[in-house]
Design a binder for this molecule. Structure first.
Ligand SMILES: [Zn+2]
Length: 455
C-alpha cells in the first residue's frame, strides 16, 4: 500500500455525478475506488476487504473530492499570509481534497528547481493533494520544458499585473511560449486584464485624490478583461495552444471566450464565488476588504455568471484563495489594501447555498468543482470522478446543515473574507483523501498526506 492511502468502505450515501444521483455503497482499496454497488450489494469478501473500516453516510451526499483550481498558499516566502499547513487545513475543513497552487510565491515557481523545492515543501505538510502551476513570465521560455518535466499542472501568465513584479512576455515571446506549451501538452492560464487600459485610469483616479474602494473597481473596467481575453485568444489560435481564463468576471468576458471557442480555440474558464455572488454594492458596503483583481462588478453580472455556470458554459468554479493579514486588508486608502482574500474553505458551502436557493443543482456543483477542473487540467479520471480506478477522494455533505461564515473560525492564518457573516445551508461534514478520513465533523483527523498530482 502506498503511504497515506487506505482501504475503506462507505455505505448508504447518495453518490452524485455530473448527470445522476444514486444510493450506493463504495469500496476503496489502497486509496482507489474498486467497487460502486447498489446499497447492500457489495461483496467485501470477493474484494478482499472484509473487516476494513466503514463510514456510514446515511443522509449524506457523496461528491467526488472537491478540486479548487486556483489557490495561493503563499509558501515559500510569504508565510505571514498563509503556508502549506494552514492553507491545506482550511481546504480539508471546507471539503476540498485537491488544490492547484499558483506560482507567484517568493521565489516564484518559474524553474524546475523551484517546482521541486515547492513540491518538497508541500509534501509532508499538505493535507490535500496538489498541482503546481509554473510561471510564464518574460524571459522564461527555455525553462518551460524543464518545468513540465518537473510535473507542473500548467502555466500561469499574468497579463496586466500592475505591480510589474512578474512582467508578462511580449507578444513574440508569448506566441513562442504558447507553441511550446502546446508541444508539451500543457494548458496556459491567464490573468486577463489589459494593463494599457487600466494604468491611465488608475493614474487619473489617484491624481483626483480618490482613495475609496469603488475607485479600484472603476479603474479596472470590464473592457480591460475583454481586451486581454481577445489578446490571449488571438495568440492561442495562432499557436494552436490550449488556454484557460482564470477568474472570469463578466458576461462580456464570457462572450469573448465563447466567440473564440467557436473559432476552434481550446479555451476553458473559471469563475470565483465572489464574482458570482458579490457586486460593487458590496464594495460600497464593505470598503477596501473587497479589493480584488479583477474587481467586483456592477450588480447583475454575478447573477448572469451563475446562470452561465448552470447552463454549462463555464467549466469550473475556483476560489482564488489569496489570503493576506488583517492589517494588509484594512485601511482607508484602497490603494494601500492588498488585493485578494481567503476562499478555499468556503468555496463549497457557498455553492451548496446556491443549490439550496435553486440556482445550481448538486450535479452542477460536481461538474464545476471536480469533473470540470480535472478535465481541463488533464488529471481526469484519476481525479474528479467516483469511478472504479479513480483516486478515492470524497467530500460528504449534509445538505440540510446550516452555518454562518465566520472569518474568526476559519482555519487559514487570518482568513479575511467579504463573505463574513453570510448564512449558508449545506455543509461538508467528512473529507476523505485517498481512502483516509482527514476531516470528520469539523475536526482534522490523521496527518498531512497530500501528494503532488501531474497532468
Ligand atoms: Zn489568483
Amino acid at each position: 500500500m502506498s503511504p497515506g492511502r487506505a482501504d475503506l468502505v462507505v455505505r448508504n450515501g447518495t453518490v452524485v455525478s455530473p448527470d445522476s444521483m444514486r444510493l450506493a455503497d463504495i469500496a476503496i482499496r489502497d486509496g482507489r475506488f474498486v467497487a460502486i454497488a447498489d446499497r447492500g450489494a457489495l461483496d467485501l469478501r470477493a474484494l478482499g476487504l472484509e473487516g476494513v473500516e466503514e463510514v456510514d453516510a446515511s443522509g449524506l451526499h457523496l461528491l467526488p473530492g472537491v478540486i479548487d483550481g486556483h489557490v495561493h498558499f503563499r509558501e515559500p516566502g510569504l508565510e505571514h499570509k498563509e503556508d502549506w499547513a494552514s492553507g491545506s487545513q482550511a481546504a480539508v475543513m471546507g471539503g476540498v481534497t485537491c488544490v492547484l497552487e499558483m506560482p507567484n510565491t517568493v521565489p516564484p515557481t518559474d524553474s524546475a528547481e523551484n517546482v521541486r523545492d515547492k513540491q518538497r515543501l508541500a509534501e509532508g505538510r499538505s493535507w490535500v493533494d496538489f498541482g503546481l502551476f509554473g510561471l510564464l513570465a518574460r524571459g522564461g521560455l527555455e525553462r518551460m520544458r524543464p518545468m513540465a518535466e518537473a510535473g507542473v499542472i500548467g502555466f500561469k501568465c499574468f497579463l496586466g499585473e500592475t505591480t510589474g513584479a512578474l512582467p508578462a512576455p511580449d507578444d513574440e515571446e508569448l506566441l513562442s511560449a504558447l507553441r511550446e506549451a502546446a508541444s508539451l501538452g500543457l494548458r496556459v492560464g491567464f490573468h486577463a486584464e489589459d494593463r494599457a487600459i487600466i494604468a491611465p485610469l488608475v493614474e487619473a483616479a489617484q491624481a483626483a485624490g480618490r482613495t475609496d474602494a469603488l475607485a479600484h473597481a472603476e479603474t479596472r473596467p470590464i473592457e480591460a478583461e475583454v481586451a486581454a481575453i481577445a489578446h490571449a485568444c488571438r495568440l492561442a489560435a495562432d499557436a494552436r495552444a490550449a488556454i484557460h481564463i482564470h477568474h472570469l468576471s463578466s458576461i462580456a468576458g464570457l462572450s469573448a471566450v465563447e466567440a473564440w471557442r467557436v473559432q476552434g480555440v481550446d479555451i476553458t474558464a473559471e469563475v470565483t464565488p465572489h464574482h458570482s455572488l458579490l457586486s460593487t454594492d458590496d464594495v460600497e458596503r464593505l470598503g477596501g476588504i473587497t479589493r480584488v483583481n479583477p474587481p467586483l462588478r456592477p450588480p447583475g453580472e454575478g447573477a448572469a455568471l451563475v446562470a452561465a455556470l448552470a447552463a454549462g458554459d463555464i467549466e469550473m468554479v475556483a476560489s482564488d484563495h489569496a489570503p493576506h493579514t488583517r492589517a494588509e486588508k484594512s485601511g482607508r486608502d484602497v490603494w494601500q489594501v492588498s488585493p485578494g482574500f481567503s476562499g478555499v474553505e468556503i468555496l463549497l458551502p457557498l455553492l451548496l447555498a446556491a443549490v439550496q436557493e435553486g440556482r445550481l443543482t448538486l450535479s452542477d456543483v460536481v461538474r464545476l468543482t471536480s469533473h470540470g477542473p480535472a478535465r481541463a487540467w488533464a488529471i481526469y479520471p484519476g481525479k474528479g470522478a467516483i469511478a472504479v480506478g479513480s483516486d478515492a477522494d470524497l467530500t460528504l455533505v449534509d445538505l440540510s446543515r446550516e452555518g454562518v461564515i465566520d472569518q474568526d473560525r476559519l482555519h487559514g492564518k487570518e482568513s479575511v473574507t467579504p463573505f463574513h457573516g453570510r448564512q449558508t445551508v449545506g455543509t461538508p461534514v467528512i473529507t476523505i483523501l485517498g481512502g483516509r478520513v482527514v476531516m470528520l465533523e469539523g475536526q482534522l483527523v490523521g496527518g498531512p498526506a497530500g501528494r503532488m498530482v501531474r497532468p
